[in-house]
Design a protein around this ligand. Structure first.
Ligand code: F6P
Length: 346
């Protein structure tokens, strides 16, 4: 078989581990792999690259993606899907492995309906893809955010400050919740629950009245302030411009939060935006293993002609779930888990 592989959306630690596993497993099946450069853009514009064993040697531990990525939406232009299908045939491909999050795999799901033999691999540091317990990249992001919170602790304590740490998480607060629990945050704010600033300040004041001289607040970039009870406000954005999937560039909630906290509590407050540091660099051992398992399983799915599905982690096993099911709605934070973080608030 001749298999195409593409990585779409935001990059994520572990992408190269998946690509390596696909190439190695394909070789064991006597199949060939072609890299499609820069996500769906490489199928719309025809940008292939050869991926042999040599090309994937030494990349297991590296961050980013050797075949590039983009937020190109093949459905943005009405001629896009036809171009993808035509170029897929032109390259003589038998199957495509699309590694991505809800946007990339949402497009894969629609293209499958149009006859594209595609298999998905779940990627996003946000961990907000349904059908799978975990996406690869998430563990790395949580580890980086936890380390950052640990470091912020010592400076917060030395200066008697409140520190607000902004982590990624557009629709879901998985990174905030996990890193908040692991880092011992005093408040964790997520998109799933709008921010009641009075409650946040009460928690901080309560903590400081008990003799603590500093607090750590972790906030997901996609969290929103509550405008009035039951009504949430707007997303805090960097730019009004949207990408091809209609997403705005988020960022800045921590700054607003820090100034509101300082104004109300009178405690000196600073903010830190972790941003793309969470997506860069080497994947954790956990993510290398998960990404490798996904790559092997996805290649097996291709050889079983099990198309229109995504390799997914359920419990301890990798299974195949329909792409349509995985991309139907975002997987938001389990509130039972969030309540564990809440035990340590204030
Ligand atoms: O989708 C993953 C993600 O890391 C989000 O958490 C974040 O909002 C977005 O990507 C940032 O994307 P970009 O790198 O395109 O600014």
């Amino acid at each position: 078989m001749k298999i195409g592989v593409l990585t779409g959306g935001g990059d994520c630690p572990g992408l190269n581990a998946v690509i390596r596993a696909v190439v190695r497993k394909a070789d064991a099946f006597d199949s060939r792999v072609v890299g499609i450069c820069n996500g769906w853009k490489g199928l719309v514009d025809l940008a292939p690259m050869d991926l042999d064993i040599k090309a994937v040697t030494g990349i297991l531990h590296t961050g980013g993606t050797i075949i590039g990525t983009s937020r190109t939406n093949p459905y943005k232009d009405p001629s896009g899907p036809d171009k993808v299908l035509r170029n897929f045939r032109l390259l003589g491909l038998d199957a495509l492995i699309a590694i991505g999050g809800e946007d990339t795999l949402g497009a894969a799901s629609k293209l499958f309906e149009r006859g594209l033999p595609v298999v998905g691999v779940p990627k996003t540091i946000d961990n907000d893809l349904s059908g799978t317990d975990f996406t690869f990249g998430f563990d790395t992001a949580v580890s980086i955010a936890t380390e950052a919170i640990d470091r912020i602790h010592t400076t917060a304590e030395s200066h008697n400050r409140v520190m607000v740490v902004e982590v990624m998480g557009r629709h879901a607060g998985w990174i905030a919740t996990f890193a908040g629990i692991a880092g011992g945050a005093n408040v964790v704010l997520i998109p799933e629950k709008s921010i009641d600033i009075d409650e946040v300040c009460d928690l901080i004041l309560r903590r400081h009245s008990r003799g603590k001289n500093f607090s750590i607040v972790v906030v997901a970039e996609g969290a929103k302030f509550q405008e009035k009870p039951g009504a949430e406000g707007e997303l805090v954005t960097q730019e009004a411009r949207t990408d091809e999937f209609g997403h705005v560039q988020l960022g800045g909630i921590s700054q607003l939060l820090a100034s509101a906290i300082e104004k109300r509590t009178k405690f000196e407050t600073r903010f830190v935006v972790l941003g793309h540091i969470q997506r860069g660099g080497s994947p954790t051992a956990h993510d290398r293993i998960l990404a490798t398992r996904y790559g092997i399983y996805a290649t097996e799915m291709v050889h079983r002609c099990e198309f229109g599905k995504m390799a997914a982690l359920q419990g301890n096993r990798i299974v195949a779930v329909p792409l349509a099911e995985a991309t139907a709605k975002e997987k938001t934070v389990d509130m039972v888990l969030y309540s564990v973080a809440e035990e340590f608030f204030g």
